[in-house]
Design a protein around this ligand. Sequence first.
Ligand code: FUB
Length: 687
Amino acid sequence: MNERKKNMTKNIFKKCICFVLCGTMASALAFTTGGVKEAKAVNPIVQDVYTADPAPMTCSDGRLYVYTSHDEDETLNGFFTMNDWKCYSTTDMVNWTDHGTVLSYHEFEWAKENSSWACQCIERNGKFYMNVPINAKNGQTAIGVAVADSPTGPFVDPIGEPLIGPAPNYIDPTVWIDSDGQAYLYWGNPDLFCVKLNEDMISYDKDLNEDGFVNGIKTWNLETRDFPELSSVTDDNKYISSGEYANDASDELKDAQSQFGVGIRVDNKKVRRPTLYEERPWFYGRNGHYYMVYAANGIPERIDYSMSDSPLGPWEYKGVILDEKMEDNDGTGSFTNHSGVVDYKGHSYIFYHTGRLNDGHGYHRSVAIEEITYNDDGTIETAPMTNNGVDAVDTLNPFERVEAETIEYSNSLKASDKDRLGKYGVEKEPVADTPSDVCLTDIQNEDYVCVRNVDFTQWGAVSFTASCASDAGNGKSAGKIELYLDSTDGDCIGECDVVAGADDKTFVENKIELDKNVVKGTHDLYLVFTGDDSKDNLFRFDYWKFTQGPVPTATPTQGPVPTATPTQAPAANPTQAPAAQAPVQTKDKAADTSVSVPGKVKSIKAVSKKKKITVKWKKTKNAKGYRVRYTLDKKFKKGVKSIKTRKTRAVIKKLKKGKTYFIKVDAFAADKKTYGKVSSVVKVKVK
Ligand code: FUB
């Protein structure tokens, strides 16, 4: 968040009275949730499950979709453990809507479990074709295809058998349709194969026997067995590791390598795969050039590319797009990498994966994105792999229904290794029977999600509605959704009480009124969930929406009224930064000088279990909120942390077992500056 926007928010709050007209009348109180103050990262883009092998697709509905494979939380036999494919979409590159599991191996009667590897989906004539590698029942790899009428499924297998294979190493399909309508399907590791698909996209011409095609399949067979000078090489062969073999390689090998234009490896460890090409081809055409982008150079993989003037080559090696190391010079945390390249709203992107989510590694991968640049001759600049990801190319319109599972990031990202697996941070599940319609669940006290670049317009928002379901008991309180601008430490613009319906399947709309003079302009929005700390799931959350304030009608004395109307979606101009909205000045809050000093906080008690300390105290006169300070230093000089809360209890989380903490509490007044006398200090050992 840039300084301008931050200051603007602060100014609004200095100058405005926050009239949040919900039952409990929210104060503009900031508080700290565990881990929130750490630098934010929008890479990886999904933080509640492990996603890998991204395949982006621009869709005729205007959205950008990304299909991913899914690394299971529990890794079996120290190898890839993958059973289904997931889908996410965006209109702005930073907020991603989760469409859940869109396909699994169960759809393919001929397929085995635990081999749902890298897919790609492509749209043709209103239908969506998902090409997937999956093991057939005999254990060999094959390419399957499933078809849907919508980008999020349901996908069905129209042929009831593999489209291609089974055969060894048939993985990583990539499909692209050329301007003449011819579709090409490439795949393979470490060979690269290709077929020309028929127009139905679910068959190919098996009689095709052009030069280089064998029953419709073209193969660049570069395995060691074909090159005697490489077959005799051992792993410690200095001759190979010196790189000299590249010069002395037979003409036959050089021909084979140049045929695909993927460069020559000089590392002895990689000699069984003598070209740089490893796996995951990503094939596409752009401005008269054809591109083959692929995982390269053995492990850890980097992303290289070759170019051609024809969809079938010959290819010319062009270099590296993503190196093995990230911007911070550390590895990605994943021995594989895997790319998908796409243009969207005037920008070009490369999707890839790392092992950078908590508990991430080569079988716990997560999808990330970088922007890339094409030069005039079509070549691509090497891009850094970052933790910050990409900038927004559009704003999010809060006046249309926004799925609760539309998220830039959530606190799941920062949860500890052990806690992450279904115990901490928001999770998602289907709302009902349709797997692709999901809602947030496993919402615990102080979990949060952030939605970035929300354009409340200069007319502001006058109400907020959230649709939730809970088993708290019909009509009972299930918790709250607290709304903060720009950070969880930012200003609270409203607290929405969540009232339970008949059961946790019955979604109920909860609504609060807001002050349009406060909720305006473009902000990051934090939805912080609060409620009973002992509950594993306060409520399920399906969607939210703001209502825009009335747009004033032009009068002769007024200046020109901007053309934006309440129902108008934000202009889809990717390169345009969101317009700065001038805050409307209202009554000066500073004029209110009558502040009553709160009393001393009394009866403080603290207990510890499961690496947390729960602190409680009695309600204090004139207190608008409380500050809980804790430290390992009995003199409160070093390492003092604090939590602010409106309640008379606080839970301090993620503490070190066996350590003794000192805790004290004081209350503050409505001005949030005037503090009462501090409580006595309590001492607690973390259990
Ligand atoms: O996800 C399994 C395999 O790892 C993919 O098929 C490869 O591209 C690599 O990412």
